[in-house]
Design a protein around this ligand. Structure first.
Ligand SMILES: Cc1cc2nc3c(=O)[nH]c(=O)nc-3n(C[C@H](O)[C@H](O)[C@H](O)COP(=O)(O)OP(=O)(O)OC[C@H]3O[C@@H](n4cnc5c(N)ncnc54)[C@H](O)[C@@H]3O)c2cc1C
Ligand SMILES: *[C@@H]1O[C@H](CO)[C@@H](O)[C@H](O)[C@H]1NC(C)=O
Ligand SMILES: *[C@@H]1O[C@H](CO)[C@@H](O)[C@H](O)[C@H]1NC(C)=O
Ligand SMILES: *[C@@H]1O[C@H](CO)[C@@H](O)[C@H](O)[C@H]1NC(C)=O
Ligand SMILES: *[C@@H]1O[C@H](CO)[C@@H](O)[C@H](O)[C@H]1NC(C)=O
Ligand SMILES: *[C@@H]1O[C@H](CO)[C@@H](O)[C@H](O)[C@H]1NC(C)=O
Length: 548
């Protein structure tokens, strides 16, 4: 077979054209040219690093596209944590498996067709609102509530009431959101799908103009100003992305306002990604961290460290034709052999978000929010800045309120005491202190929070803090990381500086899956062409000798 390789090279030299070597448009060209014809070693090995939305979707669509095209793939998914879902995961209130609660991504919407279609296909039940009980939404600026609204689920905004208070701005915002999101939706279909360069597609779709400016600028350009922008839209960018309108770009701002048909999967959104992996027939290795990647003879060698249930670590090395990195590059902590990647993604600042879940029999204390003692506090408290509150840096963006949101997720029965309690979720940029919890509940909270247990008394009966690098600071920008970092090495997390959601990262997974199968099909065609040329050359081998 290696003589074939030499002959192909000779042809390349003689004809002054390259056959199948037009990187980055062929993923498998180099490896394929070496030893496999169209029917030798038909099954290609693909490694996916990360079992979150991006990686699971990549596996799911790889399997589908490969099957449709008659291509054989052998997929392995490496996941460093012990669960599937990544930033989409649940924990159990009171450690009770009957009370799962979202710790990361909690909501998706009707236009999120990948999540919606697949969850329906897997028979997962979507619920439209966490609780049937009466919810009240309030927007707090650290001094007073600038807006309150009754009966709001995740759809949040009561347009009629908004118009009454803010005039035409809510209608203009809706119109703007629809047209912007409409442009984005084109990414799902030809000729915009699939895409190698997100930067080019953003430009093609007229979305670069939207990502190139801050939300504040984009809204102002479209005649949407304060107080609607600062009170309502900014409350939404803060709860969704921990950022103010002067920081986050126009496109992500619009995503925050696209809340029609909000839902979540009963029992946890991660089940969608579990379903995708299951349907993909991939081999999924949990507790398996990819540590290093090298390249030999056109194959990627992936070194992993895996832990079994006893905590024992074992190291392994396996080789693959194709790799998908489906996790933010800067947090994947993989050692790459020098020169392996043609391009290394930029380090970008991510939001450090402290998500704290806790249960308490107490409702939120009105006096903390400068309300009279007999007034009910909104069940969902979103926040915005007061007019004179001007954070100096994005990291200090939380301002006077000190938190981004406090949500009363649902009434809940404490299984130990059978007392009716409430399940709360707080988003903030720093650790939640017992002083702060005591403040919002209006009762002292024990200073040693690790001592809290389900029967530990009055204020708090269960407590679960977690720190996420949740999403990037969505600073305005006009270029985005490409879908390919080297020949045969694909990347999904470049999507996150454009839009960071479960759906969009899943879209990037579907995109690289399509590119991989397309590239593979192209290589098969090239191989056929090549083997035809090769046999011609074999026939005229003497002529070539003479030419040299
Ligand atoms: C608190 C919070 C709230 C959010 N709210 C929403 C929301 O309401 N709606 C929404 O759509 N989105 C929301 N998001 C954003 C959403 O969670 C993310 O955009 C999306 O889930 C990212 O998916 P991913 O697969 O790209 O990355 P991840 O989910 O981060 O998955 C990457 C996986 O790769 C693994 N990994 C990393 N390095 C390695 C390695 N070296 N070896 C092996 N495995 C590795 C990680 O363990 C992880 O499981 C929220 C995020 C957070 C944190
Ligand atoms: C996938 O490839 C590995 C390594 O070559 C092999 O052991 C395994 O049997 C293959 N799986 C399938 C389903 O072909
Ligand atoms: C979702 O399902 C609808 C209706 O069947 C279909 O038109 C659409 O293409 C699907 N989208 C995706 C991303 O699978
Ligand atoms: C896993 O896939 C099989 C079919 O391959 C299906 O029968 C089963 O219900 C799936 N399980 C889950 C949890 O999705
Ligand atoms: C992963 O590790 C955790 C704890 O370290 C362990 O409980 C779990 O059983 C392991 N899972 C697998 C699939 O090995
Ligand atoms: C808090 O309580 C835990 C569990 O009882 C204990 O291990 C820890 O030392 C305590 N911390 C402080 C600061 O007292």
């Amino acid at each position: 077979m290696y003589s074939g390789w030499n002959l192909v090279l000779i042809i390349t030299v003689l004809c002054g054209q390259s056959i199948g070597f037009f990187w980055p448009f062929t993923a498998f060209a180099a490896t394929n040219a070496v030893d496999s014809g169209p029917d030798a070693d038909a099954s290609r090995r693909v490694a996916i690093i990360g079992a979150g939305a991006g990686g699971s979707s990549a596996a799911y669509y790889l399997q589908q596209f490969a099957e449709q095209s008659g291509v054989e793939l052998n997929i392995t998914v490496f996941e460093k944590s012990s669960y599937v879902g990544g930033r989409s995961t649940t924990v159990n209130a009171y450690d009770d498996p009957l009370e799962p609660v979202e710790l990361g991504a909690s909501i998706f919407v009707d236009v999120n067709t990948i999540l919606k279609n697949s969850s329906e296909k897997f028979g997962l039940k979507a619920k439209r609102s966490e609780t049937e009980s009466e919810e009240v939404l309030g927007i707090w600026n650290g001094e007073s509530f600038v807006y309150t609204q009754k009966d709001s689920g995740w759809q949040w905004w009561d347009i009629a009431k908004l118009i009454w208070k803010y005039g035409l701005a809510p209608i203009r915002t809706q119109r703007l959101m629809k047209s912007t999101v409409g442009k984005f939706q084109k990414l799902y279909e030809a000729p915009f799908f699939p895409f190698r360069s997100l930067s080019d597609r953003a430009l093609d779709l007229g979305l670069t103009a939207v990502t190139s400016m801050t939300g504040e600028q984009y809204l102002a350009q479209n005649s949407i100003g304060a107080p609607f922008s600062t009170e309502i839209i900014q409350a939404s960018t803060r709860v969704n992305y921990g950022q103010n309108l002067g920081v986050i770009h126009g496109l992500e701002t619009m995503v925050c306002m696209a809340i029609e048909g909000a839902m979540q999967i009963d029992g946890g959104n991660w089940q969608i990604f579990y379903g995708m992996l299951n349907a993909s027939l991939s081999k999924v290795l949990l507790n398996s961290t990819v540590r290093a990647i090298t390249k030999r003879n056109g194959k990627y060698n992936i070194q992993t460290a895996s832990q079994d249930y006893t905590g024992k670590t074992s190291r392994k090395e396996e080789s693959f034709d194709t790799v998908i990195l489906a996790a933010p590059f800067q947090y994947a902590e993989i050692d790459f052999e020098e020169g392996l990647l043609k391009h290394t993604p930029d380090n970008i600042p991510y939001v450090t978000l402290h998500v704290t879940l806790f249960t308490s029999p107490r409702k939120l204390d009105p006096t903390f929010f400068n309300l009279a003692p007999d007034v009910e506090v909104p069940t969902s408290v979103l926040t915005t800045l007061a007019p004179d509150d001007v954070p100096l840096t994005p990291e200090e963006g939380v301002g006077k309120p000190g938190f981004f949101s406090i949500s009363t997720l649902r009434p809940i029965l404490n299984p130990n005491t059978l007392r009716k309690e409430y399940l709360y979720k707080v988003f903030l940029p720093k650790a939640l202190t017992s002083d702060f919890m005591g403040g919002i509940l209006g009762i002292p909270v024990p200073t040693n929070l690790s001592k809290i247990s389900a029967d530990s008394g009055d204020a708090i009966s269960w407590y679960y803090p977690h720190v996420w690098k949740s999403y990037p600071y969505e600073f305005p920008r006009v270029t985005f990381e490409d879908s390919e970092l080297a020949q045969g090495f694909y990347y999904t997390s470049g999507m996150e500086s454009f839009i960071s959601t479960m759906e969009t990262n899943a879209l990037m997974g579907m995109n690289v899956a399509r590119l991989i199968v397309d590239d593979y099909l192209r290589v098969i065609e090239d191989d056929i062409a090549k083997s035809e040329k090769t046999s011609q050359v074999v026939l005229s081998g003497e002529a070539i000798q003479e030419l040299r």
